[in-house]
Design a protein around this ligand. Structure first.
Ligand code: DGL
Length: 262
């Protein structure tokens, strides 16, 4: 039994899509989330910058005595997880492995597309993971550098839909039957993705599987919180608190959502 919180990090509000699933699956667990909104987008930065920024967020979470860390950011998972995990004691769960597993349970024809930040695509993070899990998988990779910043700015739905349609053009006439949302910001505009895709293409939000992996990891390590514990949730941002609060309330469907400034 361990009542310490689970820590989660992202470059911005996208990580709250993962927090949401963690809260649904583990109502007794406390959480601490840090969004590095001052430095979004991570997807356009160098590997060194991404590792340095992610390390800073990890240090903050460690200072809060977390028992497990979830990289609720594909870009940080793709670039920084391997470097940081050996340096710290708490286990890190990333989103790429979980998203790949989830996609393989959905696809019928093993033709999978992934849309993600420029860095996640440049690292071929999903292509490599899917190839490891099932070498017969054919992966179409699409970089969408403009989507995460657009979501952070909360632009009009029509603008987001037009951007999603443009992003998905490489899939026209393809046989892909499954699309992985390879950036944690994208589930916020899942509706626009749904509208832009043919009905036969299934959408995978890795967050469900991430939360499931967290459940299993805590169970295996005997780190579950007591069911009697009243879970507490804290949110921190390096950016503009008012903007984060506005979006956070929508993403978590919680009118009381309120972030602290770091
Ligand atoms: N949410 C982050 C991810 O999953 C990306 C956004 C960014 O570029 O910072 O990759």
């Amino acid at each position: 039994m361990d009542n310490r919180p689970i820590g989660l990090l992202d470059s911005g509000v996208g990580g709250l899509t993962v927090v949401k699933k963690v809260l649904e699956k583990m109502p007794h667990e406390s959480t601490i989330f840090i969004g590095d909104n001052a430095h979004i987008p991570y997807g356009d930065k160098s590997k060194e910058e991404i590792i340095a920024l992610t390390s800073k967020s990890v240090q903050f979470l460690l200072s809060q005595n977390v028992k497990l860390i979830i990289f609720a950011c594909n870009t940080a998972t793709a670039v920084a997880m391997e470097t940081i995990q050996p340096e710290i004691t708490p286990c890190i769960i990333g989103v790429v492995q979980a998203g790949s597993q989830a996609a393989l349970t959905k696809t019928q024809n093993k033709k999978i597309a992934v849309v993600a930040t420029a860095m996640t695509i440049a690292q071929h993070a999903y292509q490599k993971e899917l190839g490891k899990l099932d070498p017969e998988t054919q992966v179409t990779e699409i970089a969408a550098p403009e989507l995460a910043p657009m979501i952070e700015k909360n632009v009009a739905s029509a603008v987001k839909l037009a951007a999603v349609k443009k992003t998905l053009r490489p899939l026209a006439n393809s046989e892909v039957d499954t699309l992985i949302l390879g950036c944690t910001h994208y589930p916020i505009i899942q509706q626009e993705f749904r509208q832009a895709l043919p009905a036969n293409v299934q959408i995978v939000d890795p967050a469900d599987q991430v939360a499931e992996s967290a459940v299993l990891t805590l169970e295996k390590a005997g780190l579950n919180s007591s069911k009697a514990q009243h879970a507490q949730h804290e949110y921190y941002t390096t950016g503009d608190v008012l903007a984060v609060n506005q979006l956070g309330r929508i993403v978590l469907d919680d009118p009381d959502f309120s972030a602290y400034q770091l």
